[in-house]
Write a new protein. Structure first.
Length: 542
């Protein structure tokens, strides 16, 4: 693995709400309570309480996580959360970045507070957007990624993804994905682990947690499935508040949206009149609930059911109900002693809408820590960048601008000069023709314009042919740029959002995870500036 390295990159684009919040920009300084953006050294440890959740609801990576979990549930420890919807084959790199970041933040808080601090990954199994979470990109050398999608099993369309059984077609998707990987001797075991996790009839969430747990088995991490029956039952008090105090809850959510808008940003979470931050599953799938005039509806124009009947159903059928995105953060902190949560840029932006909701529900908002963001640079990619004379940042559009610049630079000079001179002469002669026609035969002005367009259209065709010839003549340089762009920004998208960790595990084995753990430890408490140094594999690594 000699030469493989991680390059820290900014988590959020400049000018966005997440970046401005974390940099302390005045325009948004009042959106979040001051304590939420504290550094790890300032996070208080006064949140310990006995959790209503049993240990059986959790899945731990090992004995160290189990010991911390026992202390946390008993009221003798605290939690750092992060989370994501369950994703096909564990999802892209950012899922792994979140988990390692949470472990690093939990380690730092534990050292400062002197009490157990558990990193917890909240698996948001309630998500019902199957098309979003059941797709993955398989690497295809020199051709960019190839999208693979798993169709939901019959009857699961529109229902929560996590509990859904994997269909028979998962075997085919596993084969197509793994065929695109070229495993080394040390990476073959990871390919086998993927195939063992994703088998027909296993639940989507269980497969995801097995993969995630395998990636993080060397560090203390617990996972909690939001669809677990014990979690759903323990959530009833918050769910009931969301219904019974729906007017106050809606006012809190509207207030958060208006605060973000007044600060000059677009709210991440849309405000829907009368909508409760709660869903109910049934024959029509997972449906948002609307509350008005003491009735609950699954659509704004329905007559609905009496509110007291739905509140009663919460007790007996808690498994039917699940939180919307806005309700999930206060729910986590009501069930567990959360001192900090590790978030991505989109999550940080929508948390800016939630302070009033936390207050309304009587839940204290935890500190917010940004997850780490890296660019994985392989040795072959470093060599390609050097040969092409470009940086990784130059390829952020997928290599389009660099390729266009290469065409400009490598067009045959004499041909380019002759073409420019011809374009100038044609333009000049048509101007002369237009003046003559205007004086002698004004009725032909449109014909001159049409002829001019045809002439320049022909020259444009020649220029495209010239550029194609230039690319062919310099095909080695263009291929280098394309391969580097496919590695760093496949399809013009940052690799963390699209590339699977299995692409690197197949080639580098567990050493890739060791590199990420080292990167998280070096920058686990840092912000989004990306000022920390690159992390490289040691020279002795494979």
């Amino acid at each position: 693995m000699r030469g493989l390295r991680l390059e820290p990159v900014p988590l959020a684009a400049p000018g966005g709400l997440a970046a401005d919040l974390l940099s302390g920009r005045d325009e948004c300084s009042d959106l979040l309570p001051r304590h939420t953006l504290r550094s790890v050294s300032d996070i208080p440890g006064d949140r310990m309480f006995q959790s209503p959740l049993p240990a059986s609801a959790f899945r731990c990576t090992g004995a160290a996580a189990e010991e911390r979990l026992t202390q946390v549930l008993a009221g003798n420890g605290v939690v750092v959360t992060t989370g994501q919807q369950p994703q096909l084959f564990g999802g892209p790199l950012l899922v792994l970045y979140k988990a390692f970041s949470a472990v690093a933040v939990a380690r730092d808080i534990e050292a400062r507070l002197g009490c157990p601090c558990l990193a917890l990954f909240w698996v948001a199994s309630d998500d019902h957007d199957w098309s979003e979470v059941a797709s993955i990109d398989a690497p295809v050398g020199g051709e960019g990624p190839r999208r693979l999608s798993l169709a939901p099993p019959p009857g699961w369309e529109g229902r929560s993804v996590g509990p859904a059984p994997l269909p028979e077609s998962v075997d085919q998707i596993v084969n197509r994905f793994t065929e695109a990987l070229v495993p080394s001797e040390s990476g073959a075991a990871w390919i086998a682990a993927l195939a063992r996790a994703y088998v027909p009839d296993r639940s989507f969430a269980e497969a995801f947690m097995e993969v995630l747990g395998g990636w993080l088995e060397a560090v203390p991490l617990a996972m909690l499935d939001s669809a677990h029956p014990e979690v759903r039952q323990a959530s009833v008090p918050i769910f009931r508040r969301a219904l019974d105090d729906h007017a106050a809850v809606e006012a809190a959510l509207l207030s958060g949206s208006m605060d973000v808008s007044r600060a000059g940003y677009r709210p991440q979470l849309s405000h829907l009149p009368d909508a409760a931050p709660l869903f109910r599953s049934g024959g029509r799938g997972r449906r948002r609930l609307y509350v008005s005039e003491a009735r609950v509806r699954e659509a704004p124009d329905e007559f609905g059911e009496p509110l007291h009947e739905v509140s009663a159903e919460l007790e007996s059928e808690a498994g039917l109900y699940s939180p919307a995105a806005a309700l999930r953060p206060p729910l986590e902190s009501s069930l567990l002693p959360v001192v900090a949560t590790v978030l991505g840029p989109g999550e940080i932006a929508y948390w800016a809408q939630l302070p009033a909701l936390f207050d309304t529900l009587g839940v204290r908002m935890p500190a917010i820590r940004p997850r780490q963001a890296w660019r994985v640079v392989e040795p072959s990619t470093s060599r390609l960048l050097d040969r092409a004379g470009v940086s990784a940042e130059d390829l952020s559009d997928g290599g389009t601008a660099v390729s266009e610049a290469l065409v400009e630079r490598h067009r045959p000079r004499r041909v380019e000069e002759a073409l420019l001179a011809l374009e100038e002469r044609v333009d000049s002669q048509f101007k002369t023709l237009e003046e003559a026609v205007q004086q002698e035969m004004p009725g032909l002005r449109s014909a001159v314009g049409k002829a001019r367009s045809q002439a320049f259209s022909g020259l444009a065709v020649f220029r495209r042919t010239l550029d194609a010839g230039t690319r062919e003549r310099e095909r080695v340089k263009f291929a280098q740029v394309r391969r580097a762009a496919d590695s760093l920004y496949p399809g013009g998208v940052p690799q963390e959002r699209i590339v699977s960790p299995f692409a690197y595990l197949a080639r580098y084995g567990t050493a890739f995870l060791d590199l990420l753990a080292a990167g998280a430890s070096d920058g686990g408490s840092s912000g989004i500036s990306g000022r920390q140094d690159s992390v490289a594999a040691p020279p002795s690594a494979e």
